[in-house]
Design a protein around this ligand. Structure first.
Ligand SMILES: CC(=O)SCCNC(=O)CCNC(=O)[C@H](O)C(C)(C)COP(=O)(O)OP(=O)(O)OC[C@H]1O[C@@H](n2cnc3c(N)ncnc32)[C@H](O)[C@@H]1OP(=O)(O)O
Ligand SMILES: O=CC(=O)O
Ligand SMILES: [Mg+2]
Length: 547
């Protein structure tokens, strides 16, 4: 690898850049050279980003007019061609258990120490992008990479705080970072008067501060790329990461990525996405929660494809099974890993009989999910909580003796367009409807309060799972013809009653994350569900309220 050269901090290097927020010690992160890199990326790629967001809207207009997603004719040669992605780095060969989580210092230490093979530090679904969270997260990652990160939990008179320190580097999980999706701006960094991309801000700042140390240890930088919808969006990432490599003096292809296939349109372009990133891609991941959200969103105007309540939409639903099998087949043909996704269950605390039983049931669900994944041919999986690592590891160790199972080609799988969009059978119960309202309101309240991942009724809830609840409410209410399984019409009166019943479901607001923002969250959800137009992302109007 070439010696890393920081761009020179020439006088006026950051001209045209405005930082509109202040967090502790941010100057150490936002140095003139770092700002120059950010500005350069914005000036070079912002027009393309905006054009691609426009292309998303155009494609959605086609779906709204009754069109259906399909494999592209103009890229048939890529799908038919005999090519493979570049060889994977040694550190990314065995990824059987990956833990994910937000980027606050305690989480970062716990995740790196957790015993998982990899840790995806998440600026996306599980982080509320307050300026403070972003700066704290970048600082924590920089210190973690340098090996100096520590954290002391708040203590009390009776008990001192607990000191958290990192295990030795070789015992740590391999670090991967997930920047925000293309749709999100970083409103606090304005270049030539316009907000820069949140994706490029997160990715470039992380690489700027850590690439040299990571590359020296043969550990990346490694990124997870979320919510892509097309190969053109993958190509934009490829170009932008190439630019970062050049600016930082890194060898071409040094920054490796794993792409989440978590939108329905992207499922029709898996080969194309791998191809666009073939010099740097290590795998695809089944981001099932955003994928369900995307299915609902894509088919917002298709009444024959309305999904039943979330609890009934499991990975054994035909459209989800088809997507995961196609992903495995596609990855293994091209020499990439096919990563599984996240079971939403987390351990249930408590020592009473009911809690113990609930915990056993939750763990059994996680085990069954991981067994399905390894049997289908996935090369690894995700867990949301350290206590789930031994469960996932045991399943993968037993069924996957090698570092991965790319040799499982799944050539017998034949997934066509109709398999990927097959309607799902099921019902909507009152509990399912009211549960969606509760999850949405509680999650949004926590997010507005700066917390992007919370346990609700013993399930992990993040931006993707909350989006399912929000999108389902809109699609059910705007279908105008649905009934609960008990015959009650699904209409705005039902929504109103769910809001009225919320205080009882939620209990003492002071005890839940973001409790003080519940009314604000109700207001946002009420507006979004009544709106004639479906809002593309819950986090777009919510972001306007942050900071
Ligand atoms: C759809 C998707 O995008 S999935 C990816 C995004 N989602 C995620 O990454 C989920 C991450 N998980 C979490 O944030 C948490 O596990 C939650 C919010 C679900 C539950 O958190 P809690 O209720 O605090 O869990 P709990 O109290 O059982 O935690 C016990 C310990 O495990 C730690 N822990 C919990 N989850 C994680 C994690 N993912 N990574 C590292 N440490 C963790 C806690 O910090 C705590 O540590 P401590 O004992 O030192 O204080
Ligand atoms: O990011 C993961 C998902 O399931 O969404
Ligand atoms: Mg996601």
């Amino acid at each position: 690898m070439a010696e890393r050269q920081h761009p020179k901090a020439t006088p006026g290097a950051a001209a045209g850049i405005e930082i509109t927020a202040q967090a502790a010690e941010q100057d150490a992160l936002l140095t003139p050279a770092a700002l120059e890199l950010l500005a350069g990326l914005h000036r070079r790629y912002e027009a393309t980003r905006q054009a691609l967001l426009g292309a998303r809207r155009e494609r959605q207009a086609f779906f709204d007019a009754g069109g259906l997603p399909d494999f592209r004719e103009d890229t048939a040669a890529i799908r038919a061609g005999d090519w493979r992605v570049a060889p994977l780095p040694a550190a990314l060969l065995d990824r059987r258990v990956e833990i994910t989580g937000p980027v606050d210092p305690k989480m970062v230490i716990n995740a790196l120490n957790s015993g998982a093979n990899c840790y995806m530090a998440d600026f996306e679904d599980s982080t509320s992008p307050t300026w403070d969270n972003l700066m704290t997260g970048q600082r924590a990652l920089r210190e973690a990479v340098a090996g100096s990160l520590t954290f002391t939990s708040p203590g009390s008179d009776a008990r001192p705080g607990k000191l958290y320190t990192l295990k030795p580097f070789r015992e740590q999980a391999v670090l991967m970072v997930r920047p925000r999706g293309w749709h999100l701006d970083e409103k606090h960094v304005r270049v030539d008067g316009s907000a820069m991309s949140g994706s490029l801000f997160d990715a470039a700042l992380f690489c700027f501060h850590n690439a040299e140390v990571l590359a020296a240890k043969d550990r990346g930088p490694y990124l997870y790329l979320p919510k892509l919808q097309s190969m053109e969006e993958a190509a934009l990432w490829n170009d932008a990461l190439g630019h970062i490599e050049q600016a930082l003096g890194l060898a071409e292809g040094r920054i490796k990525v794993t792409v989440l296939i978590e939108t329905l349109p992207a499922a029709f372009e898996m080969d194309e996405i791998l191809h666009a990133l073939r010099g740097r891609i290590a795998g695809l991941n089944c981001g099932r929660w955003d994928y369900m959200f995307s299915y609902i969103k894509t088919f917002r105007a298709h009444r024959d494809r309305v999904l039943p309540e979330r609890g009934q939409v499991t990975m054994t639903q035909p459209f989800l099974r088809a997507y995961s099998e196609l992903l495995i087949q596609t990855c293994h043909r091209r020499g990439a890993h096919a990563m599984g996704g996240m079971a939403a269950q987390i351990p249930v605390g408590g020592s009473d009989e009911a809690s113990i039983e609930a915990n056993q049931a939750a763990l059994a669900k996680v085990r069954a999910d991981k067994l399905r994944e390894v049997t289908a041919g996935h090369d690894g999986t995700w867990v949301a909580h350290p206590a789930l690592i031994p469960i996932a590891r045991a399943v993968f160790d037993e069924r996957m003796p090698g570092k991965h199972q790319q040799h499982v080609l799944r050539e017998e799988v034949t997934v066509g367009r109709d398999d990927l969009i097959k309607p799902s059978l099921g019902t909507i119960t009152r509990e399912g409807f009211e549960g969606n309202v509760e999850v949405c309101v509680r999650y949004l309240a926590a997010w507005l309060d700066g917390n992007g991942c919370v346990p609700i009724h013993n399930l992990m809830e993040d931006a993707a799972t909350a989006e399912i609840a929000r999108a389902q409410l809109w699609s059910w209410l705007h279908s105008h013809e649905l009934h609960l399984d008990d015959g009650t019409p699904v209409d705005f009166a039902l929504l109103e009653r769910a809001f009225i019943g919320l205080p009882k479901r939620i209990g003492d607001r002071a005890r839940i994350p973001g409790g003080s923002r519940i009314n604000e969250a109700i207001g946002v959800l009420d507006r979004l569900t009544h709106a004639d137009e479906f809002e593309e992302f819950l986090t777009l109007p919510a972001y306007a309220r942050l900071d």
